[in-house]
Design a binder for this molecule. Structure first.
Ligand SMILES: *Cc1c(COP(=O)(O)O)cnc(C)c1O
Length: 427
């Protein structure tokens, strides 16, 4: 009889390929050794990682469960059906496609399902908080489609709904898209639904960032309002690095055909199995507590940074991330990123709305709470983190040997020691 399970064997990898084995260890050390505040990152569970590191990676399964172009798919069909059923249940969706390899691939499929080259899409522009795949010129989305961008209101720094309405009526887009990568506030899905109906557009929500908060029932869901919702599975949601799409029944065929064969080839069955595990994890009281804590932590972090003059745009956040304007403290986004990094705090520079600086400098930073909340930290720790960020970016100079960087790093080490990432079994 064969062994029941063939799983990751680190010793064998170390023996054969010490260079890559070393990278795996160094990366684990890196995330364990610092504070991970990148809003789009998280730490997926050992169960998710086990499914990812499995022999399911070998199987060719072009097509969909029960309708494959290859033999021998009866086992992986079980995994994909579980992922689909759990996804539909989690989000109360008519239909789910769990094959997209990433958020960008999921988005490609949505374009493929609803638009022809040259058609018009109305979406939030990248500098205002959107995403590359929402019509920027360097992406397929801006090269092949006519993208009209909306922004935020200068006063509130929140979505400028009047502008959205005006542009929709003027340009009659085929698709109206809500969602982005740097939107700290809730989105008014009802407004978008009504507007889309009024101008005869498809209403698409790219929920890549916040879908985990929806899964954890901590914020309202776009699913009842939108024709189609695309998302990533590796951000707040905390699954494997991949994407998925849910939609209304009437669009099911178009979405499935657009994912395969229009945009992708064989699905990654190991990743789909990991999505199934993740959707099961999300449907638990523990995950719902997690989602609520993610928001409480993000709000505390935003408030505490604000008290140091590191101003949260829109005045705060309703979600897992906040965007901070550094102009008041006279530090650029690029310098802040570098200085925080030198002190063991990983975050990213980010353009703020109406940013006068170039994108590679930027006037802001984006901070997110998903990873530190996974580590078990709460609002008291967020107050401390805000203090550490302030010290690092106002007093440091980006040199890890600078005394300020060393002092902050010592406090970071103490903090992550109390809330370890991927603690050793029994620790
Ligand atoms: C992260 C993100 C994506 C892209 O996801 P990838 O997996 O990196 O391709 C798409 N849309 C939004 C809004 C995102 O935040």
């Amino acid at each position: 009889m064969s062994t029941p399970y063939y799983g990751p064997d680190y010793a064998a990898l170390q023996d054969f390929d010490p260079e890559i084995a070393g990278v795996l260890v160094d990366e684990l050390d890196r995330i364990r050794g610092g504070l991970q505040l990148i809003a789009s990152e998280n730490m997926s569970s050992p169960a998710v990682i086990t499914a990812l590191g499995s022999t399911l990676t070998n199987k060719y399964a072009e097509g969909y469960p029960g309708r494959r172009y290859y033999g021998g798919c009866e086992v992986v069909d079980v995994a994909e059906n579980l992922a689909i059923d759990r996804c539909k249940e989690l989000f109360g969706a008519d239909h789910a496609n769990v094959q997209p390899h990433s958020g960008a691939s999921a988005n490609q499929a949505v374009y493929g399902a609803f638009m022809q080259p040259g058609d018009t899409i109305l979406a939030m522009s990248l500098p205002m908080g959107g995403h590359l795949t929402h019509g920027t010129k360097v992406s397929f989305s801006g090269k092949w489609f006519n993208a009209i961008g909306y922004g935020v209101d200068k006063e509130t720094e929140n979505i400028d709904y009047d502008e959205v309405e005006r542009l929709a009526k003027e340009h009659k887009p085929k698709v109206i898209l809500a969602g982005g990568s740097a939107i700290p506030r809730l989105i008014d899905f009802e407004f978008f639904r009504k507007l889309a109906d009024e101008v005869g557009a498809i209403f698409w929500v790219d929920a890549a960032h916040f879908i985990g908060l929806v899964a954890g029932q901590a914020i309202p869901s776009p699913v009842p309002y939108a024709d189609v919702v695309s998302f990533t599975t590796h951000k707040v949601l905390r699954g494997p690095r991949a994407g998925a799409i849910v939609c209304k029944e009437e669009h099911a065929k178009a979405i499935d055909k657009a994912v395969f064969p229009m945009m992708q080839g064989g699905p990654q069955m190991h990743s789909i199995a990991a999505k199934a595990v993740n959707f099961k994890e999300c449907n638990t009281p523990e995950y719902r507590d997690y989602a609520r804590q993610v928001i409480a932590n993000a709000q505390q972090l935003a408030t505490s940074l604000g008290e140091f003059g590191i101003r949260p745009t829109t005045g705060g956040t309703d979600t897992h991330l906040s965007l901070h304007d550094l102009q008041g403290i006279g530090v650029t986004g690029a310098d802040a990123e570098k200085r925080a990094d030198a002190a063991g705090i990983v975050l990213n520079k980010n353009a703020i709305p109406f940013d006068p600086a170039k994108p590679n400098i930027a006037s802001g930073i984006r901070v997110g709470s998903p990873s530190v909340t996974t580590q078990g930290m709460g609002t008291d720790e967020m107050k401390l983190i805000a203090e550490l960020i302030n010290t690092a970016i106002t007093k440091g100079d980006g040199d890890p040997e600078h005394q300020v960087a060393k002092d902050v790093r010592a406090q970071v080490t103490e903090l992550v020691g109390r809330f370890p990432a991927y603690p050793a079994p029994g620790a």
